[in-house]
Design a protein around this ligand. Structure first.
Ligand SMILES: Cc1cc2nc3c(=O)[nH]c(=O)nc-3n(C[C@H](O)[C@H](O)[C@H](O)COP(=O)(O)OP(=O)(O)OC[C@H]3O[C@@H](n4cnc5c(N)ncnc54)[C@H](O)[C@@H]3O)c2cc1C
Ligand code: SF4
Length: 434
């Protein structure tokens, strides 16, 4: 795996949810009611046995706690930092109904998993070799979870990743105040200790390696290639320097250096979670004037309300019911021309105005790239890979999970789908049906 560059813009960001000390973790763990029919487990896409791992922290068994977490979710350390717990496990804690602060499940999970990784504790080993082999396309959370589980079953695995660094968006997309790339890479190095996960980086499938070659080499394939480039806005001036896709810019900021010293006014166009991250990242890097431009109302934004509250607290302004119609400038972006929209999102006549902007990040979604596996003849739905139970596609040897199937969810969903596809493949291998 390539080493990350030392100089990365993301390193200026502090951890926004500092880790618990051992004492704080024990006190918090002992507040848990250990509900028999725990709603938090149902709210976790990877179904971690939350009361059990919390009970183990409470009794000082941190290794046992970490093992319980990783048993269900091998990316449990990054998920502890990045899961939107407010709408998942913590949101369903029974304390919410009693007017008592809910258990800090993410922070407890982080305490146990970070300790395990820092101490180098290893809980899993590869199963006896079955002779079966799986090729995984993409090295993001879905494929990593699938590869690790397949190794536990004793199957041979090879990950084919087009970039030079593993981890997918977990490494190059997550907001650095939640998870920095170095922490993501540390977790991957820890899970690789199971041994036998072969990795081929710099391989873009099927350009560098054909589907026929992959099917000839492996008994099954797993598609975990996520989503494609940022969707563009076909507007006049869209090719000016300073107009950029948000995910592309975030990757440059996380894995390298972005220079914002001359940016006085930055716009982020969109109302989803990538837009929420981008405005907060720009603020954190010191840009003085950061505005969100969204075509709908504040209430209609798909970005999490808790993220927007934080963004507002950090000084982000918003232009609601507003649509950019042109980017203006000569050598680079200087201003963005916008129009106001009515409730039905129709332009209001005579409402056009211009706002100064040196940088405009477009955060209106990412392209679905399922077409890249069209050569396999598998069913697609508007660019997403169609799967049945266990992530099996319409090709019996091909499985899929993560964003390339869902169209974009959370890391914890990708982990669950990768893990479950591995379990389904293993069952078919053992029954001699694959
Ligand atoms: C800006 C941003 C912020 C996010 N923040 C959060 C968050 O805070 N919390 C959260 O839980 N989720 C977050 N998400 C969502 C989360 O990152 C994804 O749901 C998750 O990473 C999906 O995992 P995946 O393995 O399906 O795909 P990805 O993580 O996208 O990984 C796919 C991998 O496949 C590789 N690949 C693509 N095409 C090919 C090819 N042809 N050949 C070989 N390799 C290929 C890619 O290079 C990539 O490494 C965020 C997403 C974005 C865009
Ligand atoms: S993986 Fe995420 S949703 Fe599941 S228990 Fe941990 S923090 Fe909560």
């Amino acid at each position: 795996m390539s080493v990350l560059p030392e100089n990365r813009s993301e390193t200026v960001f502090k951890d926004f949810k500092p880790a618990l000390t051992a004492k704080q973790a024990i006190v918090e763990a002992n507040r848990c009611l250990y509900c028999a029919d725990a709603p938090c487990i149902k709210a976790c896409p990877t179904s971690i046995n939350i009361p059990e791992f919390i009970r183990k922290i409470g009794t000082g068994n941190v290794a046992g706690s970490a093992k319980t977490i990783f048993e269900s979710n091998v990316l449990g350390s990054s998920c502890a930092r990045i899961c939107p717990v407010e709408v998942l496990c913590v949101g369903d804690c029974v304390y919410n109904e009693m007017g008592v602060p809910p258990i800090e499940i993410g922070k407890l999970q982080r305490y146990a998993t970070d300790t395990a990784i820092a101490e180098g504790w290893e809980f899993f080993e590869a199963g006896p070799d079955t002779g079966k082999s799986v090729g995984l396309i993409g090295g993001g959370p879905a494929s990593l979870a699938a590869a690790h589980r397949l190794r536990r079953f004793g199957h041979r695995v090879t990950i084919y990743e087009s970039r030079q660094i593993l981890g997918g968006l977990n490494t190059y997309g997550i907001a650095p105040y939640k998870l920095r790339a170095d922490a993501a890479v540390d977790e991957i190095e820890w899970l690789m200790k199971i041994g036998g996960i072969e990795v081929k980086t710099g391989v873009s499938v099927p350009v560098d390696l054909s589907w026929d070659a992959l099917l000839a080499k492996h008994d099954a394939l797993f598609m975990g290639f996520g989503l494609g480039p940022d969707s563009a806005m076909a507007l006049p001036g869209g090719d000016l320097a300073g107009v950029e896709g948000a995910v592309e810019w975030i990757e440059r900021m996380k894995l390298g250096l972005v220079d914002v010293s001359s940016i006085r006014h930055a716009l982020v166009i969109g109302g989803g979670n990538t837009a929420m991250d981008a405005v907060r990242e720009l603020c954190g890097l010191g840009v003085q004037n950061v505005s969100l431009v969204y075509r709908g109302t504040e209430a209609a934004m798909s970005g999490y309300a808790h993220e927007w509250t934080e963004a507002k607290n950090e000084g982000v302004a918003a232009l609601w019911q507003t649509l950019p119609v042109a980017f203006e400038g000569t050598s680079g972006l200087c201003a963005t021309r916008c129009v106001r929209l009515d409730e039905a999102k129709r332009p209001i006549a005579g409402s056009e105005f211009t706002i100064p902007s040196d940088l405009a990040l477009i955060a209106i979604g990412q392209a679905k790239i399922g077409d890249l596996c069209a050569g396999l003849g598998i069913a697609l739905d508007t660019g997403k890979v169609v799967v049945g139970p266990g992530g099996q596609t319409t090709h019996p040897k091909v499985f899929a999970g993560g964003d390339c199937v869902s169209g974009g969810q959370e890391v914890v969903n990708a982990v669950a789908e990768g893990r479950d596809a591995a379990i389904a493949m293993d069952a078919l291998f053992r029954e001699g049906r694959l």
